[in-house]
Design a protein around this ligand. Structure first.
Ligand code: UDP
Ligand code: MG
Length: 324
């Protein structure tokens, strides 16, 4: 008899009491249809303030395959995904949003591809951004263009975190121990043979998106700082350009004074130049500061998340104790 493969499905949840019942129903429909596959659903409650944890506990009572990890506070989706990956035991692992924006119906196809074809990852991309504010789509498209120019690692526009991975890919992802985790970059960084499936964007089933404009902006900066040092090169280039410019200006002033005996005047222009240069200097310092802040956080070596309760871990501990 062939050993059944274990599929781990990681679901980060932050205040998802409204979407979870829909998601649970849909995913179970799909899971029932899968043959020769065992599964575990790992819900990661990212410090929700609503009834999410209570719902997850209810699911856990219904089946041992439904596991949960609950954080002591909101640590962000990146942390939730990491906790899921660290605790997943599957031969195949996937990450899904709880709002049904990642269609569970794709899972059977993804499993088929990964088992029958020569791929290590089956990723998903949105081909459009329907139902999203126009300005948000525009800015994210620009972001991908910029980051792909700056970084050696290619980030795929529209790629979702929803992806099916073989064990070796998960182990590779976990071997990157950085504190500032930017999954889109980490996923690209580890490489492996990837097949992309495309699907149309849908609106979330219930509840609200947790992303504000400001959060997205910070996330974009995080990505750039995390996966490119180009802004630092740019700072140096700006510095060089200004040195050159000032050298030319000094020459002009000296020549003007010697040949035409024209004392340089102009308080307003001086103030403008001081402001301009001052601005550029602060801007460049800000860029350096961003990198410095990342180093600072990295050296502190703080945990990326803190678990307040979970069934998964308790079970494992019991298993370990029994072995002893
Ligand atoms: N999420 C999370 N922690 C957060 C924010 C979001 O675990 O701090 C989860 C959320 O519950 C959902 C997924 O990440 O399952 C995607 O979030 P959302 O739908 O708000 O993002 P969008 O689809 O709008 O990009
Ligand atoms: Mg969503």
């Amino acid at each position: 008899m062939i050993k059944k493969k274990l599929l781990s499905i990681i679901v980060p949840c932050y205040n998802e009491e409204q979407s979870l019942p829909y998601f649970y129903k849909e995913i179970n429909k799909v899971l029932k249809s899968l043959k020769n596959i065992k599964y575990e659903l790992i819900f990661v409650d990212d410090g929700s303030k609503d009834n999410t944890l209570r719902i997850l506990k209810k699911y856990n009572k219904e089946s041992k395959n439904n596991k949960y990890i609950s954080f002591s506070r909101n640590f962000g989706k990146e942390a939730a995904m990491l906790a899921g990956l660290e605790h997943a035991k599957g031969d195949l692992v996937t990450i899904m949003d709880a709002d049904l924006q990642d269609p569970p119906l794709l899972i059977p196809e993804m499993i088929k591809i990964i088992t029958e074809e020569d791929y290590d990852i089956v990723g998903t991309r949105r081909v459009n951004r329907k139902g999203e504010p126009k300005i948000r789509s525009f800015l994210s498209r620009k972001f991908y263009r910029i980051i792909n120019k700056m970084s050696k690692i290619e980030m795929v526009d529209g790629a979702r975190d929803f992806r099916l991975m073989k064990r070796k890919v998960v182990d590779a992802i976990l071997s990157l121990k950085e504190y500032n985790r930017y999954s889109k970059g980490i996923f690209s960084f580890v490489g492996f043979k990837t097949k992309w499936l495309e699907f149309e964007n849908t609106k979330r089933i219930a509840g609200e998106s947790k992303w504000s404009f400001w959060k997205l902006f910070k996330y974009a900066i995080e990505g750039i700082v995390g996966f490119s040092t180009f802004p630092l090169v740019l700072s140096a280039l700006i510095g060089l350009l200004f040195c050159l410019l000032s050298f030319i200006m000094i020459l002009i002033i000296i020549i003007k004074t010697i040949i035409f005996g024209d004392p340089v005047s102009g308080w307003p222009s001086t103030i403008c130049i001081i402001f301009f240069i001052g601005g550029i200097q602060l801007f460049v310092m800000g860029i350096i500061g961003e990198y410095l802040a990342k180093i600072y956080l990295e050296t502190k070596n703080r945990p990326i998340y803190i678990i307040s309760e979970s069934n998964n871990l308790i079970e494992e501990k019991e298993e370990n104790n029994e072995k002893k």
